[in-house]
Design a protein around this ligand. Structure first.
Ligand code: GLC
Length: 719
């Protein structure tokens, strides 16, 4: 439709109909809904009227071509002006074909595969009637106590932004009238990942300098990639919750960044201005949120109940409501809903497209790239003539999809046992649970020890229930449950090689595991093809190549621990450092157990001859960093070559390292490649104390290597 039609439509709308467009309700409220929608928040009995539902603008959590078509058809029969509903759902890492959790996808360092996975998720969602997905989640994370780290791609602003861009392109394509695509909604704006204590929904407070330096870049890269929507965070910034924060939502998002798309509150976040203590009642919450530019209120009724009165009393201009309604109508128009309210919903095609074999093949491929080999004392890869004892609560467990897989089918997920059965003769595979996820089981333990005694090698599948991470899944203790550590100790007494495979949604404290395991494969939640992907890796059909994008601390007491930290005035280990009076712990070393960028392979890569095209760089010039990488092992392997920079002296403190580029390469045994990165002045810019964003002349260090610690260093100067 031409935009004039939308303005004409707006002119015809009553104020109730306008306010209705600003409301999102979950599926069960709508006529034509046969099933409960996905209830992902505190849903109380909300006294909505028939008229409110008939005027509502969008639906939360619907899925299924039949269900969504019924809801839309019924709605259009009763909506006076025939304004179609927007169908929005959380398709975070897959619709029914579930890919690895986003933290795992981040560890693949494969942007094209991440884009492709998002494209597949969009295709499955769109044919099932969905128009908008609440993804990508790009919150920077530095605290593994927070359960939602599983939804992010990690602790680096730049890498998160690249993944955000790839996912937005995958979801949206180039034209949203393409009914195989969905609109994306970047979340949670902003800095939700910085909750104090890693406790979900807790206070967030930081300087605007740190907000802009570390937390905002990925949202901006998602919006620069054309992301259509933004979701507000539950949390505060400078003392004001995002949903009522005019500085964040208007000054930065709309005025400075020029975002004129739709902003939706998170579930109930608009009404939560009251318990936050910045709104006395729903009326004040409505006033503050609308003034902040929040267009859609998800699952509460502050707007519905009070905006009309606020206009009548002159406390707000109806113009503000009109602006929000227009943004929503424009999005509906971009999606082609006025011409085709059912858009891509197609029950026939749905059967062939959703959870198709080609889609599951991509999920398998991504899961092999997303898993990270953390330790391998020559026990992997396994061979098919070995007698394997597969033990642990995740040995034959369907809980491998992660928390944001609500449309995925756990029953259809391939368990580790099922995957191994495709690689081993039955006589070479014995399976026992050994214990439950959180409790000991004497009988199971005895069986496990027995099959372990008869085996050549033990695969010990350990981890967290998927509900132990994800939203509202914070933990103060990030070790594996005691029952599992006890099982590991018992098995260790048998002096058999032990391969630990981990199913978890956060970096864990693995200090008790690394000493006892001969190999550790971090599988995260690998998704629908979990078992097949892990079998590929464990038997060497695929050589592991994943690299961590979030540091694993040595202890929860170290948190936050992240690679791009600052030097402090008393760095431990400095040449002139004193023994005691330095920045250190008395009971632990400072660094992480496994650093950002770390991941092993079944082969080895040697880095040499790192050099710059010039050690002097002028403002308007570029220089090149080159390094030779050789596969010095016996098998083909993929390596993620990483490029970091350090600004040795800034106007403000500067991180010890910042990722500025990477390249995923494949090398045959004995093959060597020269990899080159271009260094630009733009990459040296940062936020100064006055929040100006620019580079300074001075000394820098360029680093290149296989992770954020094992690097070759080459100095240069910006003139
Ligand atoms: C949840 C989450 C958000 C999700 C929304 C809708 O509370 O915070 O990420 O998109 O509700 O399900």
């Amino acid at each position: 439709m031409e935009e004039d039609y939308l303005y004409h439509l707006l002119e015809q709308m009553t104020i109730d109909e306008k306010i209705g467009q600003l409301l999102q309700l979950a599926t069960p409220f709508f006529k034509g809904s046969s099933t409960k929608g996905q209830i992902t928040g505190p849903m109380k009995e909300m006294g909505v009227t028939e008229e409110v539902v008939e005027n509502a603008g969008s639906v939360l959590g619907a899925s299924g071509a039949k269900e969504i078509s019924n809801i839309q058809k019924k709605h259009l029969e009763s909506n006076r002006l025939g304004i179609p509903l927007l169908m929005m759902s959380d398709i975070v890492h897959g619709f029914k074909t579930i890919f690895p959790i986003p933290l795992a996808i981040g560890c693949s360092w494969d942007l094209e595969l991440a884009r492709h996975a998002a494209e597949i998720a969009a295709k499955e969602a769109a044919v099932s009637g969905i128009h908008v997905t609440f993804a990508p989640m790009v919150d920077l994370v530095r605290d593994p106590r927070w359960g939602r780290v599983m939804e992010s791609t990690g602790e680096d602003p730049y890498l998160n932004g690249l993944f955000a861009k790839a996912q937005v392109h995958g979801f949206q394509g180039n034209d949203l009238t393409d009914t195989k695509r969905v609109a994306a909604c970047v979340k949670h704006f902003a800095a939700y990942g910085a909750v104090e204590g890693g406790r979900d929904y807790n206070t967030v407070d930081m300087s605007e300098w740190q907000l802009r330096e570390s937390y905002l870049p990925a949202y901006k890269m998602a919006l620069d990639a054309g992301c259509e929507m933004v979701m507000t965070a539950f949390t505060t910034m400078n003392g004001i919750p995002a949903s009522g924060n005019r500085t964040l939502m208007r000054k930065i998002l709309r005025e400075e960044w020029g975002f004129d798309g739709v902003v939706i509150s998170d579930w109930g976040a608009l009404k939560e201005l009251i318990p936050h203590g910045v709104a006395e009642d729903e009326k004040e919450a409505a006033l503050k949120a609308l003034q902040s530019g929040v267009d859609i209120e998800m699952m509460t009724l502050c707007y519905t109940s009070h905006l009309k009165e606020l206009v009548a009393t002159g406390e707000i201009e109806e113009q503000l409501i009109d602006e929000s309604v227009m943004r929503i109508l424009k999005l509906k128009n971009k999606l082609g809903l006025f011409e085709n309210p059912l858009r891509g919903a197609n029950e026939t095609l749905e059967k062939d497209i959703v959870f198709s074999a080609p889609h599951r093949e991509v999920a398998r491929q991504l899961a092999t790239k997303a898993s990270v080999l953390l330790k391998n004392d020559d026990v992997l890869p396994l061979s098919q003539d070995q007698k394997v004892a597969l033990i642990g609560p995740f040995a034959d467990n369907h809980d491998v999809l992660g928390q944001w897989s609500w449309l995925g089918s756990k029953e259809d997920a391939v368990t580790l046992k099922e995957g191994l059965e495709t690689q081993l003769k039955s006589e070479n595979l014995n399976v026992a649970k050994g214990c439950d996820v959180e409790s000991r089981d004497e009988r199971e333990s005895k069986i496990a020890l027995q099959i372990a005694r008869e085996a050549d090698v033990i695969i010990l599948a350990l981890g967290e229930h998927s509900w132990m991470s994800g939203e509202a899944g914070s933990r103060t203790n990030i070790k594996l449950p005691k029952a599992q550590l006890n099982l590991l100790n018992d098995l260790k007494q048998l002096n058999k090689p032990i391969v630990v495979v981990l199913f978890n949604g956060r970096p864990l404290d693995l200090m008790d595991v690394t000493e006892k395991a001969d190999a550790i494969l971090e599988a995260w939640y690998p998704g629908s093809e979990a078992g097949n992907a892990l079998a590929d890796l464990l038997f060497g059909n695929v050589n592991p190549s994943g690299k961590l994008t979030m540091s694993f601390p040595r202890a929860v007491g170290q948190i936050p621990t992240y690679y791009n930290h600052y030097n402090t005035g008393r760095p431990k280990g400095a040449p002139d450092a004193q023994e005691r009076y330095v920045s250190q712990y008395l009971d632990s070393s400072n660094g992480p157990l496994f650093p950002f960028g770390f991941g092993l392979s079944y082969t080895s890569f040697e880095y040499k001859d790192a050099h710059l095209s010039s050690n002097i760089m002028k403002q308007n010039e570029t220089i090149r960093l080159s390094v030779k990488v050789e596969n010095i092992g016996e098998v083909i392997g993929e390596e993620v070559v990483q490029f970091y920079i350090r600004d040795l002296t800034g106007e403000v403190i500067r991180p010890l390292k910042e990722l500025k580029g990477f390249e995923r390469i494949t090398l045959q045994p004995g093959e060597q490649k020269e990899i080159t990165f271009t260094i630009t002045e733009k990459q040296l810019r940062y936020y100064h104390s006055d929040l100006s964003y620019k580079s300074d002349k001075g000394k820098f260090m360029a680093y290149v290597g296989s992770n954020s610690q094992d690097v070759l260093a080459v100095p240069f100067q910006l003139m």
